[in-house]
Design a protein around this ligand. Structure first.
Ligand code: AMP
Ligand code: GLY
Length: 421
């Protein structure tokens, strides 16, 4: 089959790798737009930006792409799934209206309230003055969020009035996240452990995957700015069977009920960012896609053919698929550029990839911010490489760290506390 994956990071590399390495050994031709130079073993990069919906649509028609999987949020928010469907192209990913569960936090919060889904108390503001007055009257800590997409960086946890005021100014006045900051959601701070649950949704049914935990802060001990994710483990060490039961009944099924009642016809990955509070699981956010780097930890555990699962969703028969998982646990460590998620330099040669292959051939290498340079691959982004290992005896993270230790590039950095608690 001819397949197109939209996006260019480690998540998209993992999606392509999982489809290429399918249980029946079927060979596919996989393109990834824009992809990256590191993924050529499984997918051919195509020089079209993920947000160039018309360009992607023209490419899919010209190359007779038979199936498209969208990895990233932005093309979904721009209506890629609607556009492809209008051309009769099969696509896995929600339409624009359904992707609003991610692309508008205000929409998602109202949806959760309407369908009784546990989430932090909140208020929505369209003007800086009203939001500022609300902050002055609110107890701290508090979370100030840009309504729209902001590369995973639009939620600011504020401990003091001054911090909250500064966050609000950044979003609404300085327009740090552009138009995404025309509206803000301000919400109560929840305490607990975070867990990510990704699901397959076909609009009629919803099936949870194995749990994962991502490590959002830049530094060890959950210190420093929020990043897109510095690593992930699966399963989440905190997610109990009781949490899973409560999640299904109090969150996942009510979400499906809401999806149906609103006529959203949601076909795609649906990600639930949870806070496990002392009152049970609460939803922090929905994402209309797989998590990154959760994909690099969860997909290596998937034993059933991913393409078959996705296609079953298009036929509204995900409930008929026997989705099996490896019992081994996994850990993904992200190697990032010094300064990420703020300012960083690129163009540094990545050393040690040959040695990694020879000495750690069971380590999976998922490339993200990587380009081809004169001396081999060089860095081209904040998150550069994710290394995933699986293990049945609690050693996945240790194995991933051992594999990571043979790689280097100028300014390379990673968290050293990813793994079992
Ligand atoms: P979001 O973009 O909404 O997923 O938020 C990004 C991160 O901010 C989350 O993963 C949490 O670490 C933190 N966060 C967001 N909302 C809350 C909340 N209500 N209480 C505590 N932490 C939060
Ligand atoms: N790792 C969190 C996300 O992909 O949004």
């Amino acid at each position: 089959m001819k397949i197109l994956i939209v996006g260019g990071g480690g998540r998209e590399h993992a999606l392509a790798w999982r489809i290429a390495n399918n249980p029946s050994g079927t060979r596919h031709k996989i393109y990834c737009a824009p992809g990256n130079a590191g993924m050529t073993g499984v997918a051919e990069p195509v020089a079209i930006q993920a947000t160039d919906v018309e360009g992607l649509c023209a490419f899919a028609k010209r190359e007779r792409i038979e199936y498209t999987i969208v990895g990233m949020d932005a093309p979904l928010a721009l209506g890629l799934a609607d556009r492809f469907a209008s051309e009769g192209l099969d696509v896995f990913g929600p339409k624009k209206a359904a992707a609003m569960l991610e692309s508008s936090k205000a929409y998602a919060k109202r949806f959760m309230k309407k369908y009784g889904i546990p989430t932090a108390e909140y208020a929505i503001f369209d003007t800086y003055e009203a939001a500022s007055e609300y902050i002055r009257k609110s107890p701290m800590p508090i979370v100030v969020k840009a309504d729209g997409l902001a590369f995973g960086k639009g939620a600011l946890v504020c401990k003091t009035q001054e911090e909250a005021e500064a966050a609000l100014r950044g979003i609404m006045i300085d327009k740090q996240f552009g138009e995404s900051g025309n509206r803000v959601v301000i919400e109560k701070f929840l305490t607990g452990k975070e867990t990510s649950i990704m699901t397959f949704c076909d609009g009629e049914h919803i099936v949870p995957m194995v749990s994962a935990k991502d490590y959002k802060n830049a530094f060890d001990g959950d210190i420093g700015p929020n990043t897109g994710g510095m690593g992930a483990v699966s399963p989440s060490p905190y997610y109990t069977e009781n949490d899973a039961m409560r999640f299904e009944h109090e969150i996942m099924l009510p979400t499906l009920k809401g999806i149906k009642a609103e006529g959203l016809d949601y076909v795609g990955f649906l990600y639930f960012g949870l806070m496990l509070t002392d009152k049970g699981p609460y939803v922090i956010e929905y994402n209309a896609r797989f998590g990154d780097p959760e994909a690099q930890a969860v997909l290596p555990r998937l034993k059933t053919d991913l393409l078959e699962i996705c296609k079953a969703c298009n036929h509204k028969s995900i409930d008929k698929v026997d989705i099996r998982w490896d019992n081994k646990e996994s850990a993904c460590i992200c190697l990032v550029s010094e300064g990420y998620p703020l300012k960083y330099e690129t163009g540094f040669t990545i050393e040690g990839l040959d040695r990694l292959q020879k000495e750690h051939n069971d380590a999976l290498v998922f490339f993200a911010g990587v380009r081809a340079g004169d001396n081999g691959f060089e860095t081209d982004g904040g998150r550069v490489i994710g290394i995933t290992c699986l293990d049945g005896e609690g050693l996945a993270a240790r194995k991933a760290y051992e594999a990571a230790s043979v790689l280097s590039f100028a300014g390379m950095r990673y968290r050293t506390d990813i793994g079992p608690v």
